[in-house]
Design a protein around this ligand. Sequence first.
Ligand SMILES: [Zn+2]
Length: 103
Amino acid sequence: MSIKMHHFLRIALSGIIMLTSFAICAVLLVTERIIVGFIIGIVGLITSAYLGHKFTFSVPAACPKCKGKAFGKKSSEERLYFECTECGHIQMTGFQYSDETTE
Ligand SMILES: [Zn+2]
């Protein structure tokens, strides 16, 4: 998959988890199960952030040069880039990556 597709899938993946947990949370809040609702909301938030992070750094995108496996990395300026494991090509994405969790 291309780097653009990779980026899109990451947003879609974490977005779906977040929206689903918020929907469940809202239903529970309306039906006055407030504590359970809040727990599910928070767990959903953490899960979507965690999975988005895992996805970015563990699922390879296709290198634009050789179609090899390029893994996401974070530069010192908090920018996301992809480094190819086969030809060493570095593709800057320009996406800001300001996630607190670092590897
Ligand atoms: Zn490559």
